[in-house]
Design a protein around this ligand. Sequence first.
Ligand code: HEC
Length: 116
Amino acid sequence: MSRSTPLSNGKALAITAGAAVLFAVLLLVLPTPKRQSPPTAPIKSPGTTGAPMTAESLFRSRCVQCHALPALTHRTPEDWRILVLKMNRYMQQTGRLFLTASEAQAVTNYIVENQK
Ligand code: HEC
């Protein structure tokens, strides 16, 4: 009756060392995750690349992507600012054309100045 031959101490040591070296190499080789660019970095989307659009044309083109152009009923400037930011987040989440930070600001100003 023969037991399977146990590893010699030398072999076991070699295997352990080999595994350790392999692990270390993997750690070195695996790419360190790249830092995401900050959310303020504007991602160029079609329509924001060419000639600068006016706040009104931005409002008319961006704000009809999901619903009819919203009525500019009276809200406080702060309410509009928050709403435009929320809508802009929807645009980004659904992969639509969206507004850069300064465009969002311009659209908010346009709405506040033109609301009934
Ligand atoms: C990505 C799709 C999308 C785009 C683009 C979009 N909206 Fe909206 N909007 C929604 C959804 C969804 C709702 C309803 C849910 C909610 O109010 O959060 C809504 C609701 C609204 C409402 C009513 C909400 C309330 O609180 O009375 C207003 C006003 C509005 N949007 C304005 C805008 C303006 C201004 C823009 C352009 C800056 C815009 N939307 C662009 C998706 C969008």
